[in-house]
Design a protein around this ligand. Structure first.
Ligand code: SF4
Ligand code: SF4
Length: 164
């Protein structure tokens, strides 16, 4: 901690840290009861009351794996400590940009989505990144790849040469 703890800034920082720790414990205990693992410590979810179709829909409430959403007083309520920022409600929602989910990965990368196409794009990016990393671990260099598949390259060259 950079600040002197006895200074107002230091005390504020300490309170924030304690609050964060307390919230983390509460979240873990709540999520333990619904047996859902959390992958993102930090995040946020909002629902636009003006565009929400409410009672005629409730799809987000039905699909949420942790029961973080509920219907009360004519609108969808959110229990923030139960939300794991999975995005299932965004995919299910019939109105684009009605539910907005923001989440932060361990490496500090922030992801934000508010419509099904955002989630599809995000998964595509994550999958291609995973494939790229796997390829890199298998073949750290071009030479490593070519040494694994030399015959295939050789055959193609020979065929082309045969045609001449
Ligand atoms: S992002 Fe939506 S579906 Fe996922 S846990 Fe949070 S409220 Fe539920
Ligand atoms: S799925 Fe979307 S439109 Fe339907 S109740 Fe939930 S927030 Fe409202």
């Amino acid at each position: 901690m950079g600040e002197d703890e006895s200074s107002p800034d230091g005390i504020f920082e300490l309170l924030q840290e304690t609050d964060k720790k307390r919230r983390k414990i509460t979240r873990s205990q709540l999520l333990e009861t619904v047996k859902v693992k959390q992958f993102f410590d930090d995040g946020n979810i909002t629902i636009n009351e003006r565009t929400c179709q409410g009672l005629e829909c409730e799809l987000c409430i039905k699909i949420c794996p942790t029961n973080a959403l509920y219907w009360r007083d004519g609108k969808v309520g959110i229990i923030n400590d139960l939300c794991v920022y999975c995005g299932a409600c965004v995919v299910a929602c019939i109105v684009d940009d009605c539910i907005v989910v923001t989440r932060t990965r361990e490496d500090g990368k922030v992801e934000r989505f508010s419509k099904p196409t955002d989630v599809t794009k995000l998964f595509r990016t994550i999958n291609s990144e995973r494939r790229r990393k796997r390829l890199e671990s298998l073949f750290p260099s071009r030479e490593a790849y070519l040494s694994r598949f030399p015959l295939r390259t050789g055959k193609i060259i020979r065929k082309d040469e045969d045609k001449r």
